[in-house]
Design a protein. Structure first.
Length: 219
């Protein structure tokens, strides 16, 4: 099979995983078990020396980084309408995608992997606490995006078609539950996430990755 996606369950690779499933194209989903350190093995580094997911391989061509993969899939499957074609709408969708990737995603990394940003235990603890507070605010921003889209009559965040923003919204909200944030504190966002999860293709990916949407446990 020429099209292959390397993914880790629950990681941001969920986004291209859903796009491939929705496209209807034949592809090989290959799991990388991050908790077992498979991303650090020589075999995986031969594919992606940075040891990250997702990785898309199409006919031998290796593509890394989620935004690059999304743009590639959008061009490869134009009929799916993953991103708007109108110039302004497309730019706004990419603006949100990049914010999700370079701001919300990075803030979460400071919560669950503070050791990547400091080798001092007290600083790591401070990073986790501080960024959890920031993440709550970012989820509020995400909820505002949902409310605004729905007020404009949009079924999905970037318009009439399911796209990367929708899969990323689910992922980021689910990550919040891992950080001890109750998703029901964001009712419009949580309702939207459940709407995304009910999409048949997304449901298949959730089953394949064996994901539980809400991992929040009250203190």
């Amino acid at each position: 099979m020429s099209l292959q996606l390397y993914f880790a369950p629950g990681a941001c690779s969920f986004v291209p995983h859903t796009l491939l499933e929705i496209s209807g194209a034949a592809f090989e989903p290959t799991m990388v078990k991050l908790h077992k350190g498979e991303q650090n093995e020589a075999a995986y580094h031969a594919i992606n020396p940075r040891g990250q997911v997702p990785v898309l391989v199409d006919d031998g061509q290796v593509i890394t980084q989620i935004v690059a993969i999304v743009l590639y899939l959008d061009q490869k499957f134009p009929a799916a309408g993953f991103l708007p074609t109108d110039a302004v709408a497309r730019a706004k969708a990419l603006e949100t995608l990049m914010w999700m990737n370079n701001t919300v995603h990075t803030t979460f990394a400071h919560i669950v992997m503070p050791h990547k940003f400091s080798d001092q235990p007290d600083v790591q603890a401070q990073l986790k606490t501080y960024n959890t507070g920031l993440y709550r605010g970012l989820l509020s921003e995400l909820q505002t995006l949902v409310v605004t889209a729905q007020a404009a009559g949009q079924t999905w965040l970037s318009g009439a078609h399911f796209g990367p923003l929708d899969g990323y919204a689910l992922t980021l909200t689910r990550w919040g539950t891992l950080a001890g944030i109750d998703p029901q504190a964001y009712p419009s966002l949580w309702a939207f996430v459940l709407h995304v999860a009910a999409h048949p293709a997304v449901a298949r990916v959730i089953e394949r990755e064996r994901l539980q949407l809400n991992l929040y446990k009250p203190a």
